[in-house]
Design a binder for this molecule. Sequence first.
Ligand code: C2E
Ligand code: MG
Ligand code: MG
Length: 532
Amino acid sequence: ERVLGWDAERTDESSFVAALHDSDQQRWRTIVDFLMEDSDGEMVAEWQVRHADGSWRFLQSIVTNLIHEPSIGGLVLNSRDVTDQKTLEDQLRHQAFHDQLTGLANRALFAEHLDQALRRQSRMGGGLAVLFIDLDEFKTVNDLHGHTLGDELLKQAAERLRTTLRTADAIARIGGGDEFAAIFEGVGPGLDASAAERVIESFAQPFLIESSEVFVTASMGMALNDSGTESAEDLMRNADLAMYAAKTANKGRYEVFSTNMHSTILDRMQMELDLRHALDQSEFEAYYQPIVTLPAGTIVGAEALIRWNHPQRGLVMPGEFIGVAESSGMIVQIGAWILHHACQEFEVLTRGVAGGQNLGLSVNLSTRQLSDPLLIDTVCGALANSGLEARRLTLEITESAIMEDVPNTFRVLTELRSFGVKIAIDDFGTGYSSLSLLSEIPVDTLKIDQSFVTSVAKRPEPGRLIRAIQSLANDFGLRTVAEGVEDLDQLEALEGLECQAAQGFYFARPQPATQLAELLERDTSNSVVATP
Ligand code: C2E
Ligand code: MG
Ligand code: MG
């Protein structure tokens, strides 16, 4: 009566059996059969019994045969209610195999599902695909909006995956971050990647988080097991590699794993790993390339260009690693390092030089840094720490980086200029920016791309283009610097085109700070103010 809410008066044996869960009926019969054979027998069983209110209770019963006991003459069940214990066990089991935040399967359960799927495949054939999904820029959202909102985003993303990937045979959140995975069984050869496309489509809609719209894209990698020969580990690794390829190629897309992907990606991954250590191990160095006035050839400043002294590979040029640093997000830390380091080193270096306080320093910024909410703090910090005057610092941004998010760039550049820092558009002429934008974007200098300079002495068109850029610059009150001047012919052509400044191997190569210091000391006439 207490445990099951039954009316004690009306309970008989038949009603107990009737109250047993269907799945326990067979067990009851087995136990009765067994105990009838063994007159001194005793057995323990756990089963579900219906409560008078219709709910199910778990009972643990010791069943004893007391048929030979005259005062009893039957089977005795000594039972206790273990429902709470059972529920807790279930919860624990669920917790062990599910992600608390999203309710999706976790990595352990996913691995289990994949093993089973592979076993089914080897019995019945058919294709099998593993899809890895990683949210792009999740870390930025988390840093920018805090963990609570980050969690909310993960929940909503999981929900979106659940709806979009209805055809998946398992979906999981693997790892503690923004990585998800799905299994598709029985897919045809060369699986149509519609699942991945649906995910991309569904992520095109913004997430509504605390009444603000957040856009997040997902990068995906897919690994197929057409041949049925891959192991679970292989499939997971291949899907991961394909996802990595998708991320580095261009976020918000998917790649299907192929074997030749392997070595390229491993190289890239190795570089990414090495880059992570490079900052701690002080493997970066700033080289400086002088910028000179035309026609006098007086040094008015220098551009800091990063170099990586790799322990095995030797000197690595930025062209080889800036891309990896960008796609992995490490450019933000590396960019902050070069800013701090170059400001400091350049300030100290020019202190000992006559007129050195007028020499300008240029530092390159990457696209990614422009969207870093801490960029302004980083720049101010670098100036404050080094004591370099803001008017001496120019930040170089490529034309294509500016075009990526014009409103944001506009805001950031305006703020940077408000405390005296100057802005140059790097590689100008290659980025297809609309010229009308030039009148609005807050800049000081145009750096005429090397490709124009290289051919200026050979063909007439580059000269005409440079002249057009020059007159544009004059109209908007901008200074020009011609990049990559390698010989006297080019220099003379440029002088005829009225460029104000130039930079190139013809004048000096990028060089370590100590060498630049020697060069500056020899160049006694560098007392010209660095800026127009
Ligand atoms: P950039 O900012 O346009 O820098 C000019 C590049 O042209 C430098 O290559 C420089 O060494 C090279 N150069 C200068 N004069 C000549 C010349 O007369 N002939 C030739 N052929 N090349 C010349 P570097 O140092 O390899 O840098 C390549 C690019 O990497 C830079 O182009 C810049 O976009 C990026 N980069 C370099 N340092 C940094 C950095 O600290 N941060 C970021 N975000 N990007 C950087
Ligand atoms: Mg530059
Ligand atoms: Mg350039």
